[in-house]
Design a protein around this ligand. Structure first.
Ligand code: ASP
Ligand code: CP
Length: 322
């Protein structure tokens, strides 16, 4: 139940228990295809023509981890819909004086905020806040768990690429490789859920310590430890950064060895089909998981993923702060 106190709204008893996008957005696992398509279609509409649907609302971005894309694009998305944005850097917050995340959330909510956009290193933190607060809670990345708006942005960029800007988010027959430090990646988890729900086949590719068979079983994806064998059959290749901040350095020999075995080098990219897309959520470590000439090539969707993120975040905020 929502915290009691002046200015704190009560959470409705009939708030849905199933995975949804709105009134919160904590993950894409279990979100039905129809709902993904609804939000993606709305993102495409709002990208073309933003509407002032959040005038009078305030959105708080609360980031306990570093971010370039997500934090900025949520702020831009909220402003395009007419909302005001307040930004709290977790590293400069009273969390450093011992305040719990739940108390931080309650304090922000008590100020009349309609939605909190939260990035944290703790898996499950967004879901916990969503259960406790009446305002909308949007997960902007929680530890190794999920990064739902990144995967929605990736789906929009892929649909633009595969189906055109009038596409209907049907990915049947498409195969996407998610490559590299999958075990540490919330982007991989959200993408595995969303792409499969939309009909694509997802293959997790990387060294055994970064892509254990048990992870494939948990996410319902085939696992491969042979990138070179997979590349010619892929419609999309999503490269992942090695998450050194989550201890992934212990899982690899050296960055040079990683590139030799698992990096999307220019030579490897030459083996892709001519229409295969290359994706990366960013930030990229050029020369490690992806070569600069591949990241900057015409088949790279990297900046289109970033642009799609603004539309997707408008649609998600409309659902969660509206
Ligand atoms: N920016 C993405 C995330 O926060 C991916 C990454 O950092 O490698 O999960
Ligand atoms: N892709 C992504 O989440 O980037 P940031 O960490 O820069 O927000």
């Amino acid at each position: 139940m929502a915290g009691a106190g002046a200015g704190v709204a009560e959470r409705s008893e009939d708030r849905p228990a199933r995975a949804t996008i709105g009134p919160d957005c904590v993950g894409l696992s279990g979100v039905p295809a129809g709902e993904l398509r609804r939000v993606l279609t709305r993102a495409r509409e709002l990208r073309r023509q933003p509407e002032p649907s959040l005038v009078g609302r305030t959105v708080a971005t609360v980031f306990f981890e570093d971010s370039t894309r997500t934090r900025t694009s949520f702020a831009i998305a909220a402003q395009r819909l007419g909302a005001q944005v307040v930004d709290l850097s977790g590293k400069a917050s009273s969390a450093n004086k011992g305040e719990t995340l739940l108390d931080t959330g309650r304090v922000i909510e008590a100020m009349g905020v309609s939605a909190i956009v939260l990035r944290t290193g703790e898996a499950g933190a967004a879901a916990t806040l969503a259960r406790e607060l009446a305002c909308g809670v949007v997960n902007a990345g929680d530890g190794r768990h999920e990064h739902p708006t990144q995967a929605l942005a990736d789906a929009l960029a892929l649909d633009d690429h595969w189906n055109g800007s009038d596409g209907s988010f049907g990915f049947a027959g498409k195969r996407v490789l998610i490559v590299g430090d999958v075990v540490s990646s919330r982007v991989a988890r959200s993408n595995a859920a969303a792409l499969k729900t939309l009909g694509a086949e997802v293959v997790l590719v990387g060294p055994p310590l970064m892509v254990p068979g048990t992870l494939g079983e948990a996410l319902g994806c085939r696992v491969s430890h042979d990138l070179d064998a997979e590349l010619p059959h892929a419609d999309g290749v999503m490269m992942l950064r090695i998450q050194f901040e989550r201890g992934a350095g212990a899982l690899l020999g050296s960055a040079r060895e990683f590139r030799a075995g698992w990096g999307l080098t220019a030579d490897r990219a030459a083996r892709l089909r001519s229409d295969a897309a290359v994706l990366h959520p960013g930030p990229t470590n050029r020369g490690v998981e992806i070569d600069p000439e591949v990241a900057d090539s015409p088949r790279s969707l990297i900046l289109r993923q970033v642009a799609a993120g603004v539309g997707v975040r408008m649609a998600v905020l409309e659902a969660c702060a509206g």
